[in-house]
Design a protein around this ligand. Structure first.
Ligand code: ADP
Ligand code: ZN
Length: 293
C-alpha cells in the first residue's frame, strides 16, 4: 500500500495541513490560523495522528533551526510573534504524532516542490523566491536544500537604491535590503496604495523590477542556479516578468554565457504548481524522512 504522507506548511498567518502520496496527489487539505503554538500545534499533531500518516514533512516560517545536529533543530527562533519565539515546534509535533518527520523552511520546501513536481523537475540547482509580505529564497544546490550555518536569508541582500525611488526601506534592520525595498508592505508604504491597485502604474513596476533584477543578478553569480522561480503575492503582477528579464540581462551584462541564460523566458519563470509548491514540497520532505527512517 502506498505510504500516506502528511504535509504541513506552517506560515506566519495560517497553517496548511494535507495528506497525500509520494506521487504528489493530495487526498485532503485543511487550514488553521496561526494562533499561539500551545493551542494550534497539539491540534495539528492530533489531526495528522487521526489521519494515520506514515511520515510528515514540515515547511516552517523562519528564522528556524534546520540543522538536525543543532540543539535548536525544529525550533522557531527570533520572530516578532513572541509566543513562537524559541518554541520547540518539531519536538511538540513529535509529542503528538510519533512518525518520521522532515523539517525545513517554507521557502526551501517551495523550492523542493518545484524541483520534484513542477517547472524545475529534473534540475538539481534551483532558486525559489517568494515576494509577498516578506521576501525569502529557497535554494537547492546539487539536489540538496542549502542550510549552511542557519539557512539563507537571501531576502536581506543589500541592493543599490534607485535614484528614482520616492520611498525608503521598511526593513527594521536594513536601510537598503531587497525585502525592505521590494516586498508588498514596502510597495504599499512607498506609493500609498495596495499593490494590487497599482497595476496600471508603470513607474511602480519599473522600480520594482529593477530591485528584483538586481537581486537575481546576485543570486545567479553566487548560487549558479539552472532556473529561478518567482512566486508570492507581488508576482501576480505578470507584467513584471519581461521587465525583470530585460533589466537582469542588463545587470549581468553578458558576464556569464550559458545555454540557460540564452533563453531568459525559460530561465526566470513564475511558479508552476498553482500555489501548491509548498505543500507538495512538504510531501516530498515527508517521503524523504520516511525513506531515511
Ligand atoms: P504572504 O507573504 O503573507 O504569505 P502573499 O504572498 O500573498 O502572502 O503576499 C502578500 C503581499 O503581496 C501583500 O503585501 C500584498 O500587497 C501583495 N499582493 C498580494 N496580491 C497581490 C497582487 N495581485 N498584486 C500585487 N501585490 C499583491
Ligand atoms: Zn532587511
Amino acid at each position: 500500500m502506498a505510504a500516506r504522507i502528511g504535509a504541513l506548511e506552517a506560515g506566519g498567518t495560517k497553517m496548511v495541513l494535507a495528506v497525500g502520496s509520494e506521487d504528489g496527489s493530495i487526498e485532503e487539505q485543511v487550514s488553521m490560523p496561526t494562533v499561539e503554538p500551545d493551542r494550534v500545534v497539539p491540534e495539528m499533531a492530533d489531526w495528522f495522528r487521526e489521519k494515520g500518516v506514515d511520515a510528515i514533512g514540515i515547511g516552517a516560517f523562519g528564522p528556524t533551526g534546520v540543522n538536525p545536529k543543532s540543539p535548536d533543530y525544529g525550533h522557531i527562533l527570533f520572530t516578532p510573534k513572541l509566543a513562537w519565539q524559541g518554541y520547540d515546534f518539531l519536538g511538540k509535533m513529535r509529542e503528538g504524532c510519533d512518525v518520521p518527520m522532515g523539517y525545513d523552511t517554507d521557502v526551501n520546501v517551495a523550492c523542493l516542490g518545484e524541483a520534484t513536481f513542477g517547472c524545475a523537475r529534473g534540475l538539481d540547482s534551483v532558486v525559489y523566491i517568494t515576494i509577498g509580505t516578506g521576501i525569502g529564497a529557497g535554494v537547492m544546490i546539487g539536489g540538496e536544500l542549502v542550510h549552511g550555518m542557519l539557512h539563507p536569508e537571501a531576502g536581506h541582500i543589500l541592493l543599490n537604491v534607485s535614484p528614482d525611488d520616492p520611498g525608503k526601506s521598511v526593513c527594521p534592520s536594513h536601510n537598503r535590503c531587497f525585502e525592505g525595498l521590494a516586498a508588498g508592505p514596502s510597495i504599499e508604504a512607498r506609493w500609498g496604495a495596495k499593490a494590487v491597485d497599482l497595476q496600471g502604474r508603470d513607474d511602480v513596476w519599473e522600480l520594482e523590477s529593477d530591485y528584483i533584477a538586481q537581486a537575481l543578478e546576485n543570486y545567479v553569480v553566487c548560487y549558479s542556479p539552472q532556473k529561478i522561480i518567482l512566486g508570492g503575492g507581488v508576482m501576480h503582477q505578470e507584467q513584471l516578468f519581461p521587465l525583470i528579464r530585460e533589466k537582469f540581462a542588463r545587470y549581468l551584462n553578458n558576464y556569464l554565457r550559458t545555454p540557460e541564460l540564452e533563453d531568459l523566458d525559460s530561465y526566470i519563470v513564475p511558479n508552476s504548481l498553482d500555489e501548491k509548491q509548498g505543500i507538495l514540497g512538504c510531501i516530498e520532505l515527508g517521503r524523504r524522512a520516511l525513506a531515511a527512517s
